[in-house]
Design a protein around this ligand. Structure first.
Ligand SMILES: C[S@@+](CC[C@H](N)C(=O)[O-])C[C@H]1O[C@@H](n2cnc3c(N)ncnc32)[C@H](O)[C@@H]1O
Length: 308
């Protein structure tokens, strides 16, 4: 039998949840340790919580992931079905890029040439996924940002010989994804794939703390306040259907005491404030400790979480 490493996120992604996992673990419903359950993550991004769940609950019946970003989902699907072919392309990209180390001009033109190729979206599935991972590993701060025409427009990052091809992790992720159904589209479609008593974890694009401060444009469509309200309505529907959900979002009230947006919106549910550290921020001084919201429809979760 093949031994795999523990699968971990294969991308850097804004809002990556690695820092918040211990807090999320504390609000998990008790029944999931005893029963086979379905785990659903409608805004999967880099999947930090997904991989943690898959590792810690090996008996979970199945998992369903979804994201609106087609290129991201294409990459998940490629890793799940063709990891070896993907590795062989990534290995070539890594060798070529590393060989240019020390020659900034050549490195730059290599990066921008690959970015252009990616934006043509003419490569077949595996080639496009390889370019997606290459850009994520070599771009500025691991950002994913596209313009209205869905063209990726992040500049090159300053990393020296970044790991572009992590063979062992790609194989581990591929193995972990075998029991995961991978969907692409709006978060609401995940309800059609739920089973009785499913557990949903929502990590939507966060509401910006101020007009200019925050980055929340992962896709060509903006996730504005109306979208946040639509998400809350979806959560209320899940509650009526007896599903359990946990949701993270920014703590706009923590920043400005007069803003009660989430406190009002989720007044019927459990709202907790937890410490979180943001790692993707262009300004290192802003990478400090922030509070974030963890909201759940579980009645007894308060006792498990340190409220600050
Ligand atoms: C905060 S990120 C998720 C971060 C993720 N949990 C992680 O650990 O990296 C939000 C994700 O929501 C996706 N998204 C935005 N609008 C969406 C929608 N309407 N339906 C589904 N996904 C959406 C974005 O493409 C992005 O990947």
């Amino acid at each position: 039998m093949t031994e795999y490493n523990i699968a971990k996120p294969f991308l850097k992604w804004a809002g990556g949840k690695t820092q918040l996992i211990s807090e999320i673990a504390r609000v998990l419903p008790k029944h999931i340790t005893r029963t086979n359950f379905t785990y659903i993550e409608p805004f999967v991004g880099s999947g930090a919580v997904l991989f943690w769940m898959l590792h810690n609950f090996p008996h979970l019946k199945k998992a369903i992931i979804n994201d609106i970003n087609e290129d991201l989902i294409n990459t998940y699907r490629t890793i799940a079905s063709k990891p070896k072919e993907l590795i062989s392309i990534l290995q070539i990209l890594q060798n070529e890029y590393h060989n240019l180390e020390g020659n900034e001009e050549d490195k730059k033109s290599y990066y921008y040439q690959k970015r252009e190729l990616y934006n043509l979206r003419k490569e077949e599935q595996i080639g496009q996924a390889a370019l997606f991972i290459f850009l994520n590993r070599t771009c500025f701060n691991g950002l994913y940002r596209v313009n209205r025409r869905n063209e990726y427009n992040v500049p090159m990052g300053g990393y020296k010989k970044p790991t572009i091809c992590d063979n062992e992790n790609i194989l581990a992720v591929s193995n972990a994804l075998q029991k995961v159904e991978i969907l692409c589209g709006d978060f609401e479609q995940t309800l059609d794939f739920s089973e009785q008593n499913s557990l949903f974890y929502f990590d939507p694009p966060y509401k910006p703390l101020s007009e200019t401060s925050s980055f929340n444009s992962y896709a060509k469509d903006v996730f504005n306040d109306n979208e946040q309200i639509r998400l809350k309505e979806f959560c209320s529907k899940l509650d009526l259907l007896n599903h359990t959900w946990i949701l993270s979002n920014s703590d706009v009230k923590g920043k400005d005491d007069s803003v009660h947006f989430f406190d009002d919106l989720y007044a019927d549910f459990n709202i907790q404030r937890v410490e979180a550290r943001r790692s993707i921020n262009a300004n290192p001084e802003k990478r400090g400790v922030l509070t974030e919201l963890l909201i759940t429809n579980q009645v007894n979760s308060k006792e498990y979480v340190r409220v600050i």
